[in-house]
Design a binder for this molecule. Structure first.
Ligand SMILES: Cc1ncc(COP(=O)(O)O)c(C=O)c1O
Length: 469
């Protein structure tokens, strides 16, 4: 894995607005901050602001070209065979719902879905709703099964997972990286377990389909969907420096060809091929793009990926940002190796410092083992919400709550079902980590001191904010 020298890191940090306000941004597992250059790009896009696939003006043609090229950038970034495998959504959550609605009609009475107690609610609640609320209304009964994890190490219990998968398992849904325990399940083993299921898929294939929630994995590693061999992969750009609003569902092309769309309406139909008695769908990927998409969001997301290669990549001369040049896989690999290496070293530093605090317990993957770049903890006798508020009073942005990993918090019998979490990305520095550790120490040593302290950032109504999930 690559690392960042302090001069390189300073250069990266200078590209973001948060430095101007002295924020210690360590809530990156929820959302990261976009670089200033991306805000400038959005402003410049206003000059040719127009809809896509819906006009003959130069502005529409320019915007359509940039929008379509974004699909190629995103496909290259995750090593998808082509843009035909992609659909754009609002978030990881919507991407997983899209998979659910497209697959739903294919479930037969007596089938099952297997997922895990590690999941974010985004990869549990849709399947819960499908199995327990929607399909029963159509007289179909599909069981939802949950694989356990080891309560000490956070590791997915692969034997238990394997015991749940059988010839009626149509789908296995698994987290690629936990946003609470730091677990990174071995997806090759999960794939093998899904394959061993022997379910008879409609296309003749045997074995369960595999859906990977890659929200956290995408944020901190190079996603290679072909190496992963998952049938569906969901992720969102707001976890890797892009603005809010765009999530992606990757699906193998054979599934894209055969599955029905999630949303129906304009642009997803073949030009003029709508009749009173039948409708013909557009070619891929637009079959899965009903209505006006988040055009600026998609362009900004793809361009943010290009900017990452410029910011942390190894090539000092070549610039990818604001171009549509085919991305070089080696350049993407190198950039994301650096992001991963940097985030891993910060996480290790945080683990070392936090674990040395009396009464502090970190959940999941033990110190020294690979984890997603986040640390979720509780301190005996301290509410995680009070801790997060005390950190905020010291300028450190963390998150207290269940982080939408509600099943895992419940499985650990946490009461309240909550922890305090800090999480790191490419722009964080070792000094940020040290300030997190000192702030936690101070909050634990002298909790009364922060009880009535206002937040340092004007307008951040910290005292009243709670965290849902
Ligand atoms: C593992 C995981 N899955 C899904 C999500 C949901 O992502 P989004 O907010 O883009 O729907 C998150 C967000 O925290 C996550 O960490």
């Amino acid at each position: 894995m690559g690392t960042l020298a302090s001069r390189e890191l300073e250069l990266i940090r200078s590209q973001f607005a948060f430095g101007l306000r002295e924020r210690i941004v360590t809530n990156n597992a929820a959302s990261t901050q976009p670089p200033l250059a991306v805000w400038e790009l959005l402003r410049d896009l206003s000059e040719t602001y127009e809809n896509v696939h819906r006009g003959q003006s130069d502005a529409s043609i320019t915007t359509t070209a940039a929008f379509e090229a974004s699909f190629d950038t995103i496909a290259a970034w995750i090593n998808a065979p082509s843009r035909l495998t992609l659909s754009m959504h609002r978030s990881t959550t919507e991407a997983i719902n899209a998979a659910m609605y497209s697959l739903m009609a294919d479930f037969r009475d007596g089938d099952n879905v297997v997922t895990t107690l590690l999941e974010h609610n985004s990869n549990y609640v849709p399947w819960h709703a499908m199995c327990r609320e929607i399909l029963p209304r159509f007289g179909r009964h599909v069981e939802l099964r949950l694989a356990r994890f080891d309560r000490e190490s956070g590791e997915l219990d692969l034997d238990h997972l394997a015991s749940l998968v059988d010839a009626r398992t149509k789908l296995v849904c698994c987290s690629g990286g936990s946003n609470f325990l730091g677990t990174k399940p071995p997806l090759d083993r999960v794939r093998a377990i899904a394959d061993a299921g022997a379910y008879a898929q409609p296309d003749g294939r045997r074995g369960a389909l595999l859906l990977v929630d890659a929200a956290q994995l995408f944020a901190s590693t190079r996603l290679d969907v072909q190496a992963m061999d998952a049938d569906f992969v969901a992720f969102s750009f707001h976890k890797l420096l892009a603005p809010f609003g765009v999530g992606v569902l990757y699906a193998k092309e054979v599934l894209r060809e055969t599955l029905p769309p999630f949303l129906y309406g304009g642009d997803m139909i073949a030009d003029g091929r709508v009749f009173p008695d039948r409708v013909e769908y557009n070619e891929l990927p637009w079959k899965f793009s009903a209505g006006t998409p988040n055009i600026l969001g998609v362009i900004a997301s793809a361009q943010t990926l290009r900017l990452i290669v410029d910011l942390v990549g190894a090539d000092p001369v070549r610039a990818w940002f604001r171009t549509d040049d085919p991305l070089d896989p080696a350049a993407v690999d190198a950039a994301m190796r650096t992001v991963a290496g940097h985030a891993a070293s910060l996480t290790q530093r945080a683990m070392d410092g936090l674990c040395a605090i009396d009464g502090l317990h970190v959940y999941g993957v033990p110190r020294g083992s690979e984890r997603t770049p986040l640390v979720a903890f509780n301190v005996e006798g301290h509410s995680p919400f009070d801790l997060a508020r005390a950190l905020n009073a010291q300028g450190v942005e963390s998150r207290a709550g269940c982080h939408c990993a509600t099943l895992a918090h419940r499985d650990l019998e946490l009461d309240p079902a909550a922890s305090c979490r800090v999480s790191f990305t490419v722009y964080n520095s070792p000094d940020d980590v040290d300030r997190v550790i000192s702030a936690v120490r101070r909050a634990v040593d002298d909790p009364g001191r922060f009880a009535s302290m206002p937040a340092p950032v004007a307008g951040a109504a910290a005292a009243t904010v709670t965290s849902r999930g």
